[in-house]
Design a protein around this ligand. Structure first.
Ligand code: TPW
Ligand code: MG
Length: 546
């Protein structure tokens, strides 16, 4: 076998279904091999941040790794922020970077794209990936590839492979996938005992689901667990969009001070909060007037479980969930009666001539989804992400923790590449300025996302953080006018009636991307964003040691 083919076959064998990328001279032989082998569909975008975000979204929606192929230096380092985001949010992206040939760069002349040394890129990438290898020895490469891809799946984090350009055709053995790491069943069993005891003792247990539930494909087992125990289920901020089915045992998303007060009380008054795969970060757990007490929580995250102050260092979430289900099958619990929550009523949408607000956009989307069926959502950072919380029963990919702008549009493309389903993208005007141009790649791949630009001509979220400045005002770009030259259809709307009509048309028309440039008044943000930011700001001032 040749080294490039061994790598590509190993990617497929480890569940990778798509490659996204942009070539360069150090990566050209590898791209040629990728193209000719036909093992993976290759989607080429315009800018490496888009490549990284698209691969991230493809991996999130499929709960499987996705690959991002780039060239050395300018390409790989251009993608760094997207990979950092994937690291922070536990997304299995396999970065494959072309690299100088094994004997290049040893003489007097530095090579183009080189930073300090030929190792600089590897050193930088170590910080944003969970495992790395340079495939510079075809005898060792199969072992290295197997280890790195196994780490990617085990930890659900990005990994980094550097591929010297002269070794694409080097003969090598096929890669043999490693078995999943063994789990100490005794520890799992003790942990299950303790968790069930805590739940049995509690008056008001609540289950909060985090992104690991999705990453490790545990949505169905976790829903079954909640039903068997009779425990109400909420998602964390980052995990909104999990359990999208209408009949799932989900109450809603926990947004602390920014969310539905009934859900906030349920979580914050619970005497046993079961955090399953929840990242313990400020956007998930810090948006509260009083901190959630560690003594009353059970936190399963990052392959360990903490029960109060007691820690099980090597119990992955999947083993815990499976252990709990097996135990409940043997010793069924009497399910509790679920508390009678009174969630906030959904806003009803009126298609009149009033100017649009962010809430109108989501109410109209809910209406359209109820009529036509839901579309998977990709949301960018900004008020549009908070709007996404008002849309029910749909899958969502969004950077709820790392919070990088520029995610929405390329993520939408990644969603369609991975699922074949048409996505709905929610994006602010500021974020669209960063990566919106990737829409120009829809035509050649037959993608037709619907894109709603929340156009308030501002970096509005920043104004909430620090009001009283004109720093945040943006110019009024004609986003709708840009759509046709990029191969799509664009329309600018100002009122609720115009928005509803544009959305209905967009949903009915297939084949080209549809951009709805939704004019919002400057200074208008959703109340959830305003409350969210206010609480985060309060935390900044108080609570040292958080
Ligand atoms: C890559 C900092 C967070 S929110 C925001 C900025 C600049 C303004 C977003 O403006 P937009 O949305 O998209 O018009 P809206 O609703 O607030 O008006 N650079 C990156 N990521 C982040 N998060 C920032 C800067 C930021
Ligand atoms: Mg804006």
């Amino acid at each position: 076998m040749k080294l490039a083919d061994a790598l590509l076959q190993a990617l497929v064998d480890h569940g990778v279904q798509q490659a996204f990328g942009i070539p360069g001279d150090f990566a050209l032989p590898l791209f040629k091999a990728l193209d000719e082998s036909k093992r993976l569909p290759l989607f080429m975008l315009s800018h490496e941040p888009g490549v990284g975000f698209a691969a991230d979204a493809a991996a999130r929606i499929a709960s499987a790794p996705a690959a991002a192929f780039v060239t050395y230096g300018a390409g790989a380092l251009n993608m760094l922020n997207a990979v950092a985001s994937a690291y922070a949010e536990q997304v299995p992206v396999v970065v494959v970077s072309g690299a100088p040939g094994t004997h290049e760069g040893r003489g007097m002349l530095k090579l183009h794209h080189q930073v300090k040394t030929l190792d600089s890129q590897m050193i930088i990438y170590r910080e944003v990936t969970c495992d790395q290898a340079r495939l510079d020895d075809p005898r060792r490469a199969p072992e290295d590839i197997a280890r790195v891809l196994s780490s990617c799946i085990t930890h659900s984090r990005p990994v980094y492979l550097e591929f010297p350009r002269d070794l694409v055709d080097a003969p090598c053995e096929a890669v043999r996938a490693l078995p999943a790491p063994a789990v100490a069943m005794e520890a799992v069993s003790d942990c299950v005992d303790e968790v069930l005891k805590r739940i049995a003792r509690a008056q008001s247990p609540v289950m909060m689901l985090g992104v690991e539930v999705r990453r490790f494909r545990l949505e169905a087992p976790v829903a079954e667990l909640a039903r068997k125990l009779g425990i109400p289920v909420v998602t964390s901020f980052m995990a909104h969009g999990l359990l999208p089915a209408q009949d799932s045992p989900l109450v809603g998303a926990y947004l602390g001070t920014a969310g539905d007060p009934a859900i906030t009380r349920l979580v914050e008054d619970s005497d046993c909060l079961l955090l399953l795969g929840v990242t313990p970060c400020d956007t998930n757990l810090g948006v509260s007037e009083h901190m959630i007490a560690p003594r009353t929580t059970i936190l399963a995250h990052n392959r360990s479980v903490g029960v109060g102050h007691h820690r099980y260092p090597d119990v992955p979430l999947a083993a815990l969930v499976e252990g709990l289900l097996t135990r409940l099958a043997r010793e069924p619990h009497q399910p509790r009666t679920l508390p009678d929550l009174q969630p906030q009523p959904a806003t009803t949408f009126v298609a009149d001539d009033a100017p649009l607000s962010p809430g109108d956009i989501t109410a109209a989307i809910n209406d359209a989804f109820a009529r036509n069926g839901p579309l998977p959502l990709a949301a960018d950072m900004g008020d549009c992400m908070f709007a996404a919380f008002d849309i029910g029963h749909s899958e969502l990919v969004a950077p709820g923790y790392y919070a990088s702008m520029g995610y929405g549009v390329p993520a939408g493309l990644g969603l369609q590449a991975a699922t074949g389903r048409r996505p709905l993208v929610l994006v602010g005007d500021g974020a669209f300025q960063m990566t919106g141009w990737e829409l120009g790649n829809c035509r050649r791949y037959g993608w037709d996302p619907i894109v709603v630009v929340f156009n308030n001509r501002s970096w509005e979220m920043l104004r909430v953080f620090q009001p009283g400045s004109s720093l945040y005002e943006l110019d009024d770009w004609d986003f709708a006018g840009c759509a046709a030259p990029l191969g799509g259809i664009g329309v600018r709307v100002n009122t609720r009636r115009e928005f509803a009509a544009a959305l209905e048309r967009a949903m009915a028309e297939r084949g080209r991307f549809q951009l709805i440039d939704a004019t919002l008044p400057r200074g208008s943000v959703s109340t959830s964003l305003a409350r969210f930011v206010t609480t985060l700001k309060q935390r900044q001032r108080s609570a040292p040691g958080d």
